[in-house]
Design a protein around this ligand. Structure first.
Ligand SMILES: Cc1cc2nc3c(=O)[nH]c(=O)nc-3n(C[C@H](O)[C@H](O)[C@H](O)COP(=O)(O)OP(=O)(O)OC[C@H]3O[C@@H](n4cnc5c(N)ncnc54)[C@H](O)[C@@H]3O)c2cc1C
Length: 405
């Protein structure tokens, strides 16, 4: 298979405009907001400017006010946005709304699109996605206990979820609940619902304290939460499929932002090593430091290729699950290692809160858990390799299907 990562000139031009927006508008505004504490006003103004500069909604089609980029273009723009923690929200392609937009685009009825997708794309509302539960393994959604019972024309949802990002302030939640407990296969037991918020049956128990502080990752209880029949999203019993369809591109979107993050850490690593004087020279002259840099450079390069290849497969409607799993695992671990090396090269300064590195490291830890923990992806990757070997007597199809030999 040949792979063509050539970006159209308009995508390259858009990437440059996102870069300029970060330097010219976001970074100065961020310093001002840090001093004044006026985040809300500042962010509203920056979102207005993002629209004015034609950067709004890179991942959505024009009929929803988006820029209509394909997965390769999105990869480039999201990676650029990943260089600044506010940028994804400012152009309205932040998690979990971005994944929810894709889900609604794919599964929603015209009426649901008008009611939920329109306002989400316009940036008038936020949303959340509620699947994971504390009592059962999030890695195995067939165990979901939250259930929905049909009562007359309505569904009544009861259950317990946690780590629901963005729940505080969300205008609606996409909820995965069990509707068909006896269905076989177990993947057909769950359905998805859209729950309007606030709702008397939707209780936010707490904003969970995490190692990266409170990030609006909430514990939720559904207490006899009543929703109408037309709140079901996609066909009955398709909750699992919906989660899978959602997670493919959403996983990749995370990877793209992590690449931007990792690049910032690598640049900080180089800057510090070039400036820092040690015995006989600068840190950058030491081979031990150069090895940390070269390992990071190689891993970041691999990350970019893996993400671009996965995006290429999605764009060309080719099977992509194996490649997305490999990219997700690789980029999450690369981010962790590069930020860790950058801290090491900064010495005590890296351990302090005077640079963004410590915060980047604490946030990076979740990358190895969200959208499928490392081990889950590794199990999938090995399964594909075993299948390919049994079928073809070769692992070629499981290693990107790239023709080298
Ligand atoms: C910051 C953050 C934000 C999140 N946002 C959301 C959200 O918005 N909505 C939502 O629904 N969920 C969200 N989650 C939850 C996330 O999707 C789950 O944490 C993830 O799916 C893993 O589920 P779990 O935590 O129940 O871990 P478990 O499924 O209990 O797994 C625990 C560990 O066991 C190992 N493991 C699991 N399965 C296997 C296996 N088959 N083989 C070998 N080892 C295995 C892995 O090491 C894994 O880390 C978020 C989590 C975090 C940290």
């Amino acid at each position: 298979m040949s792979i063509d990562f050539t970006m159209p000139p308009q995508v390259l031009e858009l990437r440059d405009r996102v870069r300029a927006f970060i330097h010219e508008e976001i970074e100065p505004a961020e310093s001002r907001m840090q001093k004044t504490g006026q985040w809300r006003e500042g962010i509203i103004e920056l979102r207005r400017k993002a629209r004015q500069r034609g950067l709004w909604l890179p991942h959505m089609p024009p009929e929803f006010g988006g820029l209509g980029l394909g997965p390769l273009g999105i990869a480039m723009i999201s990676a650029e946005c990943g260089r600044n923690r506010l940028a994804p929200f400012l152009v309205n392609c932040q998690a979990p709304d971005e994944g929810n937009m894709h889900t609604l685009l794919h599964f929603a009825t015209p009426a649901q699109k008008e009611k939920y997708l329109g306002p989400l794309c316009e940036g008038r509302v936020r949303s959340c996605f509620a699947m994971t539960e504390p009592e059962v393994a999030g890695s195995d959604p067939t165990q979901i206990q939250t259930h929905a019972e049909k009562q007359g024309d309505n569904w009544v949802i009861n259950g317990h979820k946690w780590f629901i990002s963005g729940a505080h302030g969300a205008k609606f939640a996409i909820v995965i609940a069990r509707t068909d407990p006896d269905a076989d296969p177990p993947q057909a037991r769950n359905s998805a619902f859209i729950v309007d918020l606030p709702n008397p049956g939707f209780e936010i128990v707490r904003d969970i304290d995490t190692m990266a502080g409170r990030g609006n990752h909430c514990e939720i209880r559904f207490n006899n939460c009543v929703v109408p029949a037309d709140a079901m999203l996609g066909p009955r019993g398709q909750g699992h499929t919906l989660g899978q369809v959602r997670l493919g591109p959403a996983r990749l979107a995370h990877c793209m932002r992590w690449i931007g993050n990792a690049e910032v850490a690598l640049e900080m690593m180089l800057k510090r090593a070039m400036e820092r004087q040690v015995q006989v020279g600068k840190l950058i002259d030491k081979q031990a430091i150069q090895f940390k840099i070269s390992e990071s450079v190689m891993e970041l390069y691999q990350s970019k290729l893996m993400v671009l290849h996965s995006a290429y497969l999605i764009e060309n409607k080719l099977p992509f699950r194996q490649e997305v799993s490999m990219a997700k695992h690789h980029v999450a671990n690369t981010l962790w290692r590069i930020v860790d090396r950058a801290i090491q090269i900064h010495g005590a300064l890296g351990y302090s809160t005077d640079t963004p590195l410590e915060s980047m490291l604490r946030h990076a830890r979740s990358a190895r858990l969200v959208d499928g923990a490392d081990e889950v992806h590794m199990t999938q990757i090995a399964r594909h390799a075993i299948e390919a070997y049994k079928r073809d007597g070769s692992t070629r199809a499981a290693t990107g299907g790239v023709d080298l030999l």
